[in-house]
Design a protein around this ligand. Structure first.
Ligand code: DLL
Length: 439
């Protein structure tokens, strides 16, 4: 595909297709996909048989709710080949999750799967203003993690000059960014914040770098963090979402409106369900996001429960795309901490910290002592905020604890720590240490 310089969309026909037509397309694809999975994946065929559903029962997206869910536990049970729907000789790639506990998820791709995945990432880059004139610095990890390979492929498709940096070696990232005039940066938001911080330490400001946009995802980040990154790097920061199980980044992406991410609905059919009952909820409700891959050949998951908590919206978008939007994920059903009986999401804590003028460098530590939950929030002071006057530190900690109490309804014990005391992340940040699980 030759992309014109002024092009607003990567695949205009799909991205701006009337909703009724998209739904028709999804219905046609779903019927075929269910047949493909039933015939080729014994694991899912068993689940369908147990539920008494046959491929003939699925006539379109209105029948989706009849199909059984797949969960991470199913992926673990079926590891490594149990959900593969194509012979291995037809597959050309394996990618895997970055998870540190349990069995990693391994996903398989045919050449067509890789191609469609890269198209999804290309749509995201074009929505962020990318054209063949751009230099795209990919600082997501390369390797088994999908971030680097996905955005790398998308960048090629757009025709950007691609800088496959991978993550890490931050000074070199900044040097290359300047020397090679990178205009688009792709990495995790926490790494983008770290690059911004390092830029400042090296004596540079946003005007010293040629960047105009960033495509950041793979972990939750708040609006406050977006503003912070946009300011330090002098860019517009776009969100991108995806997961290994559905291919990787590019399941959804943000446009210039920055009010949620358009889901690539021609490839991924989204639902929101009640995480407790599995009931499908109407548009606009908050619940667990579930995806059905409509085109994937090698690893086609049907009704995969992501555990991400989200809201969908069909509100008209000023960018002209008709693809449904998902809000920034508000947390995960498994990331939600229950502390002293109260539900706490790390994103709520991040919002308070940034509103109070702190940087997004923090760690939440939860433990259980004598059957009571302890709840500590360690927050780093910036060099400008730093003071070694005990009375000042105590007053600041108290003020922050009060703001957190107002937001969360429970009292944390806040510790302000010295600049650089909290380890930086070049990939996904580790925000929570829940020692209760280790017992
Ligand atoms: O993180 C894929 C990816 C790479 C997405 C690069 C975006 C950019 P996994 O390692 O399998 O895949 O992790 C998937 O990360 O279920 C969400 O909980 C979280 N996540 C991904 N993107 C976002 C985002 C990649 N934009 C899991 N906002 C997902 C919030 C996100 N959470």
């Amino acid at each position: 595909m030759v992309l014109k310089m002024e092009q607003k969309y990567y695949q205009k026909e799909i991205e701006t297709m009337p909703v009724e037509e998209i739904k028709k397309l999804q219905s046609e694809k779903l019927v075929k996909q269910v047949k493909h999975v039933y015939e080729n994946v014994a694991y899912y065929r068993d689940l369908m048989d147990k539920k008494g559903v046959k491929p003939e029962d699925i006539h379109g997206i209105e029948d989706l709710h009849l199909l059984p869910f797949l969960t991470k536990a199913d992926l673990r049970d079926a590891y490594p080949y149990g959900l593969l729907a194509k012979p291995l000789e037809d597959c050309v790639r394996i990618q895997s999750t970055s998870g540190t506990t349990g069995r990693r998820v391994v996903a398989f791709y045919t050449q067509k799967d890789v191609d469609l995945w890269e198209d999804c990432c290309a749509r995201a880059i074009v929505a962020a203003g990318g054209t063949k004139e751009d230099v795209c610095q990919v600082a997501y990890g390369y390797g088994l993690f999908t971030g680097g390979p996905g955005l790398n492929g998308g960048s090629h498709k757009v025709g950007c000059l691609t800088l496959p940096m991978s993550s890490g070696n931050t000074e070199r990232q900044i040097q290359f960014m300047m020397d090679l005039s990178a205009t688009i940066l792709c990495c995790t938001p926490s790494y983008a914040a770290y690059i911004g911080e390092s830029l400042k330490e090296m004596g540079y400001g946003p005007d010293d770098i040629p960047l105009k946009a960033g495509i950041f995802g793979a972990e939750p980040w708040t609006e406050e963090m977006r503003h912070n990154i946009e300011e330090t790097l002098g860019i517009k920061a776009y969100d991108i979402y995806g997961l290994t199980e559905t291919s990787g980044p590019g399941v959804s992406f943000e446009c210039s409106e920055q009010t949620g991410m358009h889901i690539n609905e021609d490839h991924f059919l989204a639902e929101i369900i009640d995480p407790d009952t599995g009931e499908v909820l109407p548009e606009g409700s908050k619940g667990e996001l579930v995806f059905t891959s409509l085109d994937k050949e090698a690893f086609p998951l049907l009704r995969y429960r992501t555990r991400d908590i989200c809201v969908l919206s069909r509100k008209k978008c000023s960018c002209g795309r008709t693809l449904i939007k998902m809000a920034k994920p508000m947390g995960r059903t498994d990331d939600m901490l229950i502390i002293r009986g109260v539900n706490v999401f790390p994103s709520q804590i991040e919002t308070v910290l940034l509103n109070e003028g702190y940087q997004p460098n923090y760690q939440i530590v939860v433990d259980r002592v004598n059957n009571n939950d302890t709840f500590e929030v360690n927050v780093e002071m910036s060099p400008e905020q730093f003071t070694d006057k005990v009375s000042e530190v105590i007053a600041k900690e108290k003020a922050l604890a009060n703001s957190l109490k107002t937001m969360l309804g429970i009292n944390p014990s806040v510790h302000l720590v010295a600049p650089k005391a909290i380890v930086r992340s070049e990939g996904k940040a580790v925000r929570v240490i829940d020692k209760r699980k280790l017992i």
